[in-house]
Write a protein of this length. Sequence first.
Length: 389
Amino acid sequence: MPATKYKTKSGAVKWKTDFWYTDWTGSRRKKKKEGFEKRSDALAFEREFLLKNKRSCDMSFASLVDLYRQDAKHRVRDGTQGTQDSIIDKWLLPYFGELQVNEISAVTIRNWQNTVMAAVNPRTNRKYAATYIRTINSRLSAIFNYAVMFYNLPQNPCKPAGFMGKKKAGKMKFWTVSEFNTAIQFVKKPGFRVALLLLYWTGMRIGECLDLTPSDIFDVKAIHIEKTHHRKEGEDVSGPPKTDNSFRDISMPGFLYDEVQKYISALYGIGQDDRIFYFTHGTLNTELDRIAAASGMKRIRIHDLRHSHAALLVEMGYSIVAVAERLGDTVKVAMETYSHLYPDKMEAIAEDLERQAESGTEEDVTPESNALSNIADRLENVEKEAEKI
């Protein structure tokens, strides 16, 4: 139906449109939308709505993104969706938003990739990390895959264009205990100090740390992890942890437990379910940059404190299974992330096996052999869990 003009209560002239369409169940429905400044805007809305509904890719990229977001809203965590939305709004919509989906070619993608790879981060005055660039490209490709699967797009144009960036970062950065102890001396505010101590000595994720409340700190010197913090539409939101493995209790060394309790006791009027930290991820990362520069230590990210904890556990001789359990990762993820920290351990295992072969016989039945049997059962259970991933 054509757009029609009407007057609001204030006397302003606006445009509206109302029309019939068939929804996904086959039912006929009427759609009405008011408040358009121009007739062309009302007609454009009707056209885009009908194209979306008939699952045609003869629509704008912005309209496709709306559909993609509506679908993702029910399938991903709020924190994940927030990250996806920020990439879409910053890197995709400004370039592709007004283009017709079925007219976006591999050449268009390639030109956009060159623009992204040449971009400079205003905060650091350096080009963006290769892994971040890869994430941007992956989000665009995911949107086109959605169009291929549900809106009859013949081909994902990202595939012939090729990927940009790197899937994995270069050499993992982390601080040794000595480096961390040197840097932490330059922290001035108690909240920053306690948060950085928790991240380094427990390996928890930043969102898990920022959502901690007094009730999460147990008298047995353990932290109960069952939620994580993120920002949604400018507001602080608490949600479930990243994965099922992330629900866990993390034991704390005594000095850390005492420092956390001392910090909490100094927070005036705090309730058992109130957050103990009210700064953001970005603010804490800025503080980490500052103390790294002040102490002369190499610059690392907040997430690298988690890597630092994992590296410390490996150096102390703990197995990848123990590392995964403490970090709230699956064994598979921990192996993919930290296996390169174990090369000397692999050589030591071979040497120990050599000594066992030279000293033992098949007739030997010792307490150690019974222990090995128990370990074999544990490893079998770990493998079964990994197969479920």
